[in-house]
Design a protein around this ligand. Structure first.
Ligand SMILES: Cc1cc2nc3c(=O)[nH]c(=O)nc-3n(C[C@H](O)[C@H](O)[C@H](O)COP(=O)(O)OP(=O)(O)OC[C@H]3O[C@@H](n4cnc5c(N)ncnc54)[C@H](O)[C@@H]3O)c2cc1C
Length: 585
């Protein structure tokens, strides 16, 4: 552990590295002057005037160290302390810079903004098995509900290396991106697990054409950092920016963007490594069946190694919101949001535990100046407030009304204007609880044809209430129809119901979740909708095929392109492997 983490106060007061914010500088000053006063008096009482020789050098050192750090925060070197020698103006200048000047909003040569994290939250690279000196690793996802033992983990650094690896691997292969899917989709027992995060380069970029070509292990946040200086923005991505492009394309992700839908709508081309190690180029016009089977195909056909994505302008967006009854939401959406050219992001948050009221939140394009200082969302070292609220909303008696009637009205006060890239830059770290050992937070999503909104909403609320599900939030989003992926979740224009809930991790609780999840799957199938596949694989095979009627077409293609069932994961072990022998032998 580094000195900074081991002895944070000593690091703060006696080293000259890094930056110190205005608030921390005042606190540190109060702390050392008070400590000095107490210690000085105590020592004086014991050893008399000699105490001066012990205590003054320490005080001087602390003043120097904190002042140098504070100057660093404003981008200045510690030598600027010498201005104190200039009569009158020097000390005044120093007082202003140390005590009142706001620090730089972004990283400078002395370090990053105090309290910010160096990077987005990442999952591990596979856990070693204690006391075993083998290459075996445990691959788990963000929920910690789905540990899978794999033979080894390899992180290729080039596409050629990846092709050779796939070609030379005789056994089965599983693929991981960010590993934020929540049902073992990135692993299968005794596979060679390929961690795609080493393939993370930008390959080509055109500001004029608003196009970027990237390797598939790159994350949205990395793309945002790259394109933000050109005033461009990702067209479609999830709310959080931690995910890899390969993982997002493989589930055919969606976000809160208006006038869009599944991410396939923003993909020009992909390059895919097939089970024999060959590399194939696919688009809407070339190898179309591979394009539509790979995007949203959960690595059934091959590994996406690079993708060409459309971009759009990075505009300023202003938050507008309105609380209403759930039964009024659809009409409100059709009247005010659906055809509103200014609406960039939109979602409606349905409040548990009654599911009767919703807060519609829209971010509209604006010419007004952003109310935030940074163009991209700053990352925090920790999220204690968010963590406390997640705990309080899910564990405290009356936690949910507390959110709806006390916290949210406070959060939604005042004007908020962000850049589009800022609003698209959330870090999953803000959702991480202290531990996921006894309970964990999990997602589920349901896609409902827009006209059948009320039917599903009523059925969903009834299931949650009857099973006493600890739902934190249900976020409604909108998506246009999918252009033809085999596992399309938007076969027509749909509303998405994104459910974030908490569950215990013991076997009985897991079984309970399986029961009500299947009820929800039935409810969504009854309205001709679908459930989303990146989550726990509780739905039965019958439900899976009802929700995804073209899955057999994908399976046929898989049997042709991957005859040895090389690419596998828990999803395909559940729905494809059992029928493999009888159907495709
Ligand atoms: C907090 C949170 C919020 C979320 N919000 C949204 C949301 O707003 N919208 C939404 O649509 N989804 C959302 N999701 C789900 C998320 O989009 C998926 O889990 C997505 O797959 C995550 O990307 P990843 O890089 O972690 O993929 P992984 O979990 O690593 O992989 C997902 C699947 O893709 C496959 N895969 C990964 N890389 C490749 C590749 N290069 N080629 C072929 N197959 C590959 C894997 O084998 C696996 O089957 C959310 C998840 C979390 C945890």
């Amino acid at each position: 552990m580094r000195f900074k983490q081991k002895l944070p106060v000593t690091y703060l007061l006696f080293t000259f590295n890094g930056r110190l914010s205005k608030g921390a500088y005042w606190l540190a000053s109060l702390f050392y002057w008070f400590t000095f006063y107490v210690l000085f008096n105590a020592l004086w009482f014991g050893i008399g005037p000699k105490s001066t020789f012990i205590i003054y050098p320490l005080l001087f050192w602390a003043i120097m160290a904190t002042s140098v750090k504070r100057l660093h925060d404003t981008g200045k070197s510690g030598y600027w302390l010498l201005v104190v020698l200039v009569p009158v103006i020097g000390p005044l200048w120093l007082i202003y810079h140390l005590g009142f000047r706001t620090g730089n909003y972004t990283s400078n040569k002395y370090g990053r903004v105090p309290g910010t994290a160096p990077d987005y939250h990442k999952n591990d690279e596979g856990k070693e098995i204690p006391h075993l000196k083998t290459e075996e690793r445990i691959i788990d996802d963000v929920t910690k509900l789905n540990p899978v033992l794999v033979d080894k983990v390899i992180r290729p650094k080039s596409i050629q290396e990846l092709c050779e690896l796939v070609n030379s691997t005789k056994g089965a292969i599983s693929i991981g991106g960010g590993r934020f899917s929540m049902g073992g989709h990135t692993a299968s027992p005794h596979t060679t697990h390929i961690d795609m995060r080493g393939l993370n380069q930008v390959l080509a970029f055109s500001k004029e054409e608003k196009l970027i070509k990237v390797q598939a292990g790159i994350r949205w946040c990395d793309i945002q950092r790259y394109i933000d200086p050109y005033d461009l923005s990702v067209k479609i991505k999830q709310t959080y920016a931690n995910f890899t492009v390969g993982g997002a394309l493989s589930v055919n992700a969606h976000g809160r963007y208006m006038g869009s839908g599944p991410v396939v709508l923003s993909v020009r081309t992909i390059d895919v490594v097939l089970a024999d190690g060959s590399l194939i180029h696919a688009s809407l016009t070339e190898n179309k069946e591979i394009f539509f089977g790979t995007i949203g195909g959960y690595n059934a056909l091959g590994i996406i190694v690079q993708a060409e994505l459309e971009l759009t302008d990075n505009v300023a967006v202003k938050r507008v919101h309105q609380k209403m009854k759930v039964e009024d939401y659809k009409q409100y959406f059709f009247d005010h949001i659906r055809n509103n050219p200014k609406a960039v992001f939109h979602n409606g948050d349905i409040y548990p535990p009654q599911y009767k009221r919703v807060r519609a939140v829209t971010w509209e394009e604006t010419d007004e100046k952003p109310t935030v200082k940074t163009r991209l969302m700053p990352l925090k070292e920790s999220y204690p407030v968010e963590r406390y609220f997640l705990w309080a909303f899910t564990e405290r008696p009356l936690g949910k009304p507390y959110r709806e009637f006390v916290i949210d009205p406070l959060l939604y006060r005042g004007k908020k204007i962000h850049w589009r890239n800022y609003e698209a830059g959330y870090d999953v770290a803000e959702l991480e609880p202290k531990s996921r050992t006894n309970s964990t937070y999990v997602l589920l999503e349901y896609f409902v044809p827009v006209q059948r909104f009320e039917e599903f909403e009523t059925a969903m609320a009834e299931i949650f209430i009857r099973h006493n599900v600890n739902v934190l939030n249900v976020s409604i989003r909108h998506a246009k129809a999918d252009p033809g992926t085999y596992l399309a979740w938007a076969r027509e224009e749909v509303f998405a119901f994104v459910v974030y809930y908490k569950q215990r991790t013991d076997a009985a609780s897991k079984n309970k979740v399986a029961v009500w999840t299947r009820e929800l799957a039935d409810a969504v199938i009854a309205v001709n909708g679908t459930y989303y596949l990146p989550y726990q694989v509780h739905p039965t095979a019958e439900q899976f095929h009802k929700a995804y009627p073209n899955a057999y077409k994908l399976f046929e293609l898989k049997a042709k392109l991957d005859p040895d069932y090389k690419f596998r994961n828990v999803l395909w072990d559940t729905y494809y492997q059992p029928i493999l022998k009888e159907t495709y032998a």
